[in-house]
Design a protein around this ligand. Sequence first.
Ligand SMILES: [Fe+2]
Ligand SMILES: [Fe+2]
Length: 349
Amino acid sequence: MAQPAEPTYTGQRIDTGDKWYQLFQKGVELGTWNVEKLFDEIGFEQDKETWKSLEPNERDQIRYLLSGFLDGETEVAGDAATNLSRAMGADCLEGNRQKEMYMTMLTLTEHKHTQFLDIYMNEVMDDQDNYTELDPRRGTRVPIVQTTGLGEVFEHQGLLTAKAAQTKDPVDIARAATNYHMNVEGILARVGSTAISRLPERANLPLLNYAFKFVSTDEGRHITHGVELLKELLEKERAGEPAYQGVEAGIVNTLYEDVPYMADFAYMYTDAVGDPLDLDIDSTLLRGGNLIDGMYNETLGCDVDYMQVMDRVSDRYEEITEWDLDARLEAQQAHYQQKRGVAADGGDD
Ligand SMILES: [Fe+2]
Ligand SMILES: [Fe+2]
């Protein structure tokens, strides 16, 4: 990580030389883009016009992609504000006070990402996948997210971060950070952002594109935090400290558990909808594979078995090719509408 100049002053409780203090400070300085200002400066008009001109299947593909981000940002914001912040206060972590400080920056940016997507989808697109009373924090994800593997990955995130907050055990913290920072932010969000960055070739959506440049920069800092955190835990395991044994196995197994569902979402937003925007499933999966290799093997020095990853992905693919995706999606949409009706009436159950 590029180190900013270290301040010449320090505190008694806060160590200004700590890399998480510096990451916090970077967030204060660089994470200050303002969603409302972006709306004012760029406006919604061009995006609205383009949206109206797209074919229905092109709109579906963009909506599926952004729905994944909308539910994902809502989920990461919620877990960052609660269980992940609690886990960062664990005594087994170095500089846990600075790590907790950094979590406030992470939480703030995740809420801004949700703020952008929610308002953008409501103003520019339509409210089909974006009902405020049914966000994942209230128990229902948007239908495409629940139909595909993203729902499983986010479910796992909730469970792992809750366990890490509860036990504050190094292996549980490593598993939670792997799901959250490596798999959700480091792979899913990065692959999704790459797809969005390619949209201008087919669809001129300047507001979406500008915002995602900021989102990607923010996510870069979050991934740096995750990588540094996992490196710290792995170093202690490799130095033979008893409490940290099992960290690497926990990291690698969390990847194996999540990867079939991560690939599953990629299939759904490309093949299944005919890929009208030419996002290209093969290059999407290749990019995912390269990110896995780069982060897990090269950066963390783990021993991820590539064949095992491919086997798990192809087993899951076999399973889902048997599905009637449209029927599943319709069932989720019916469930969603039903819950919406109950919620909109004030509900009686
Ligand atoms: Fe985010
Ligand atoms: Fe993030």
